[in-house]
Design a protein around this ligand. Structure first.
Ligand SMILES: Nc1ncnc2c1ncn2[C@@H]1O[C@H](COP(=O)(O)OP(=O)(O)OP(=O)(O)O)[C@@H](O)[C@H]1O
Length: 258
């Protein structure tokens, strides 16, 4: 396997606080790589840098060997690197189906020029997008709520919809930031099953920040442990759980490594 994402020697400080400290990681293509670490370890900061939401102080991020350090989230979206975001306020007033149909980039329907001159193209494209949205809803088991406003969905259903949005485009790498938080066990099972299927059947690579160790244990291999803005250790979850350094890093924080 080759690296699809490579983070090289990233540094980031907020004022005098060094949060990411010469951090280097590799995410292998086709993997579901987990990232764990005590509160404040710098996991979200590193995610934000990879996803183009936060500038680094120094260092490089590569996607398939291409330097993407200064790409915007929109540019990364077009290159197939996405992160899930909570459904924004304005989207909560749209149905689950409409939320999915909003996603595709370069939708010809958005262009007045196309609407005037190529109405059939717009119609074809809309039919295609609608069809894909229906397939995504079936895949994520939300067909029964397709006409429900996103704001009325349960926490877990919203997470499924967020994952579904990544399926409306041709994603290659998806960054998941604590998607298990507040999701009930049944829907969490659905969510994990979908991540596994997207990985196995559609070749998605995932980088997952998660505090839920059951989810990390079931889905992720390898697991990277971040502490004080650096990689402390990387390996299979069983090695991580028994690693003395990791146990000590968690000791005294709100989380435990078991
Ligand atoms: N925009 C910011 N301005 C100042 N300090 C920040 C900013 N963002 C994060 N920090 C600080 O950087 C440190 C790392 O935060 P980060 O959210 O990356 O950690 P984390 O590993 O994701 O933690 P958690 O598991 O609690 O989400 C923390 O001390 C945090 O307070």
């Amino acid at each position: 396997m080759s690296s699809i994402i490579e983070v090289r020697n990233i540094h980031k400080a907020f004022g005098g606080l060094k949060v990411i400290n010469d951090c280097s990681i590799k995410v292998e293509e086709g993997s579901v790589t987990g990232m764990i670490g005590p509160n404040g370890a710098g996991k979200s900061t590193l995610f934000n840098i990879i996803a183009g939401n936060l500038p680094e102080d120094s260092g490089t991020v590569l996607l398939d060997g291409e330097d993407i350090t200064h790409d915007t989230p929109d540019q990364l979206f077009h290159k197939g690197l996405l992160r899930t975001f909570q459904i924004a306020h304005e989207f909560s007033h749209m149905t689950a189906m409409e939320n999915l149909m909003m996603v595709p980039p370069h939708q010809p329907g958005e262009s007045l020029f196309n609407a005037w001159l190529k109405p059939s193209l717009v119609r074809d494209r809309e039919t295609e997008v609608r069809q894909r949205a229906l397939e995504v809803l079936a895949f994520i088991n939300l067909s029964h709520v397709k006409n429900e406003l996103a704001g009325n969905l349960s926490g877990g259903q919203k997470k499924l919809l967020e994952l579904g949005r990544t399926m409306m485009t041709d994603a290659r790498v998806v960054l998941l930031d604590e998607i298990a938080a507040g999701v009930n066990r049944t829907l969490l099972g659905d969510l994990m099953g979908n991540i596994e299927r997207l990985n196995r059947e559609m070749g998605y690579t995932f980088l997952v920040i998660e505090h839920d160790m059951d989810m990390i244990g079931r889905l992720c291999d390898p697991v990277i442990v971040l502490a004080q803005g650096q990689v402390m250790v990387e390996g299979h979850i069983d090695e991580i759980r028994n690693n003395q350094q990791v146990i000590e890093a968690y000791f005294g924080s709100a989380e435990t490594a078991d």
